[in-house]
Design a protein. Structure first.
Length: 155
């Protein structure tokens, strides 16, 4: 069975390309989707790529991703929770509660920015954290998820 990688994006990431390009670069969210699709094709995975500006919707998607993982149909999840990273206990509880294997991802180097970006509710429940590689971080994160999936296969 071809496993799915969920790539979930939080608030304001729909504005990529025009939003603070000096920090987030020139790629649009659709460009990012294409980078992810190419990585998934190369790695033999299926892509489920989404964006929402609503915390509750992201909670629902994390629960869905956790159920899919438990059923063996998903390999893991890459989440750029954007500003909710720094505020949301609900997202953290969803990752933990739904048993999501998570890469927490940020386009920018959050540790080189304002102090409020240096705390993450997600890092303690993530399996890996990736930040500062620009949008090129997305395919790298998908590669990490593919590695977990390969490591789980018993031959
Ligand atoms: C971000 C970093 C967050 O601090 C910020 O709120 C974002 C994007 C990143 O990808 O660098 O919206 O997650």
């Amino acid at each position: 069975m071809t496993q799915t990688v969920y790539v979930l994006n939080g608030p304001n990431l729909n504005l990529l390309g025009s939003r603070e390009p000096g920090i987030y670069g020139a790629h649009t969210l659709d460009d990012v989707r294409q980078l992810c699709a190419q990585a998934c094709t190369r790695l033999g995975l299926k892509l489920d790529f989404r964006q929402s500006n609503h915390e509750g919707e992201l909670v629902g998607w994390l629960q869905e991703a956790g159920s899919a993982e438990a059923a063996g149909s998903a390999a893991g999840t890459v989440l750029n929770a954007a500003a909710y990273t720094h505020t949301s206990v609900a997202l953290r509880d969803a990752v933990k509660g739904a048993g999501v294997s998570l890469v927490e991802l940020h386009i920018s180097n959050v540790h080189a920015r304002e102090e409020f970006r240096q705390h993450s509710y997600l890092s303690p429940v993530a399996r890996g954290v990736m930040f500062g590689f620009g949008t090129a971080g997305y395919p790298l994160a998908i590669e990490a998820v593919a590695g977990w999936a390969r490591a789980k296969v018993v031959v």
